[in-house]
Design a binder for this molecule. Structure first.
Ligand code: KIV
Length: 261
């Protein structure tokens, strides 16, 4: 998948993408033919047992992006810039985005925010780094906005519309719209020439994204947001497999002669 082909998905049939965290999840999603895989900083909550994305570091992201890259043959691989890796200065932002490309082998980076990010994005794009935007609910601002749907009030909806257009002008190749009302997400999608990828933003976006572990039923079901649809009950299947394994070891039926050298 190239950037050009990804951009051309605008206005075609809706496409699915997923957040992955390692070689295994990336390989499975890549083989399923998804056009874009994101190594998201949801890594913090999903894999590293953190309370939020705020404690995810550049080193975590580089490590997991490089692992995911080893599982990808066809998809566009995007990596999240974590909290405070792009806000302090444009120089630091560029250096950190460069690490995700050089050390993580990502094809592009994603960062959160709207009009405040224009010069940072411009700097990256002018230096050859493709950037994906992310507006609406931006988890790195959880201390300010909580995990609350964004754009229900007309002023906030207008801000998001403007942010989307400004990000497009700054040169992003796509925008994630997280947790906003479906009619607003559809309006924004229709106003742009680049694909939008929604999560909790209804069916009017060009594409959808879910987190691999949520989609597979590996996440704690008590804390799943409304927008998640688990397509598999993998945690239950794995637990059953482990119990069967333990039982077979306990009764001596595993390992059998066929598993023995
Ligand atoms: O970190 C992540 O997984 C994300 C997606 C939810 C878009 O940013």
């Amino acid at each position: 998948m190239t950037l050009k082909r990804f951009r051309a998905l605008k206005g075609s049939a809706p496409f699915a993408t997923v957040t992955v965290f390692d070689t295994t999840s990336a390989r499975i999603a890549d083989r399923a033919g998804l056009p874009l895989l994101l190594v998201g900083d949801s890594l913090g909550n999903t894999i590293l047992g953190m309370d939020s994305t705020l404690t995810v570091t550049m080193d975590h992201m580089v490590h997991h992006t490089a692992a995911a890259a080893r599982g990808v043959e066809q998809a566009l691989l995007v990596a999240d810039l974590p909290f405070l890796s792009y806000q302090i200065s444009e120089e630091e932002a560029l250096r950190n985005a460069g690490r995700l490309i050089q050390e993580g082998h990502a094809d592009a980076v994603k960062l959160e925010g709207g009009r405040d990010r224009v010069s940072t994005i411009d700097r990256m794009v002018r230096n050859g780094i493709p950037v994906m935007g992310h507006i609406g609910l931006t988890p790195q601002s959880v201390k300010q906005m909580g995990y609350t749907v964004q754009g229900r009030q007309p002023e906030r909806a207008e801000e998001l519309r403007q942010d989307a257009l400004t990000l497009q002008e700054a040169g992003v190749f796509s925008i994630v719209l997280e947790a906003c009302p479906p009619d607003l997400a559809k309006d924004i999608t229709d106003s742009l020439d680049i694909p939008t990828v929604g999560i909790g933003a209804g069916a009017g976006c060009d594409g959808q994204i879910l987190v691999f572990n949520d989609l597979m039923g590996l996440s704690d079901t008590n804390s799943l947001p409304k927008f998640v649809k688990p397509y598999l009950q993998a945690a239950e299947l794995m637990e059953a497999a482990l119990k069967q394994y333990a039982e077979e070891v306990g009764t001596g039926s595993f390992p059998g002669p066929e598993h023995t050298y």
